[in-house]
Design a protein around this ligand. Sequence first.
Ligand code: PMP
Length: 454
Amino acid sequence: MYNSLRMRDIASQIHPQTNLAAHETVGPTIMARGEGAYVYDDDGKQYIEGMSGLWCAALGMSEKRLVDAATRQLNTLPYYQNFAHRATEPAIELSERLLKIAPVPMSKVLFQSSGSEANDTAVKLAWYYFHAQGKPEKKKIIARNRGYHGTSIGSASITGLPHLHREFNLPLPGFLHVTCPHFYREGRPGETEEDFSTRLAEELDALIVAEGPDTVAAFFAEPAMGTGGVVIPPKTYFEKIQKVLKKHDVLLVADEVITGFGRTGAWWGSQTFGLEPDMITCAKALTAAYMPLSAVLLSERLYAGMKAQSEKIGVFGHGYTYGAHPVACAVGVEALRIYEEDGIIDGVAALGERMAEGMLPLAEHPLVGEVRGVGLMWGVEIVRDKRTREAFPADMQFGIGIQNRAFENGLVCRSLGTAIAFAPPLISTPEQIDAVVSRFRDALDRSLDAYLAG
Ligand code: PMP
């Protein structure tokens, strides 16, 4: 059974973000079931899901209230669309709840199914808005190196990771990238965090001026970067960046696909890091990953502009078949209820402290250059030489080795660039958080032994 499933997988599926050739020999690990913060493979081996899947299964793997919410809606109205004046109650209720908890006043919500679609939509809304303002040439998008915003043609263009671009003829023209705000890697000798932030804000200002402010529509940023290796913004960064954006009337889009719904210890990363966005994109924990759903929240200023344009030209020409899917929205409503009723967000602040107590001492480890994190998203920077901060060459796949040893220890974590990332479910117990740290520490020790043994 096990072998035949593995062979059927190799014969039939392409796995995203996977070495396709290696997969034919490595094969899949088949996950069979989940319970709370644990997943079990088809041999029955237990793992702590230290990444919440892809940063998304915030309420773990067996939240019955979400299953019941989906089942109720499936039995009532399994599908309807919201094109052309149609609506369903779950979508209405979820919109209201999102507007109520939004970190800054927001006017309307537009639903899609994935984070990539939400970011594509936000680009299109920015373009639509500036068309409405009589500025159709104001359309360039600026984002950061190592930012992650998705893999559709538009959202991959916003993403700042070369391996998502090279062979795909991306980014599209008009999508630009500035320096990643990672002080440890990008800061200069003698520079303080605040100086670094000033330099990056000046870089952004210079780029907008060089391109022409009338050609730049929006700046996309994750409040804390996830897939780029968990990058926590340096002190005063967003304060200075937002001044530049305001000066040039460039919209700020906060990509809260990972940071939304508690991951940083507040409802939104925008609250933790002081962002006042014009649009917010969110997904993942919106439904705790039990159904695919994403949303764009937009300000009254944007909505008013869009409405005026639509009034002039007719139909607002955008939308997806499964946007505002009623089953997904019903699950979203229930997830938001759980976050609120069960005090999940406050719980993250406490669990985050526990995680910090375990994680920060790892900075002493010979293989660790930096430990960084907020709430329940953490990154450990792996270095070959602590003094020079030299990373291991990419072709050594050293991070993958650590990730694999952690996996042997029953811990799912993820090698991302030169860091190892952690994002355990928000419902983890303190003991599970301790186990994340101890299983990882053991993987680090064994990786060091293997390296020293040559
Ligand atoms: N934005 C961020 C910050 C993300 O982390 C991701 C997914 N990891 C996306 C967008 C894209 O979401 P999806 O994979 O659902 O398209």
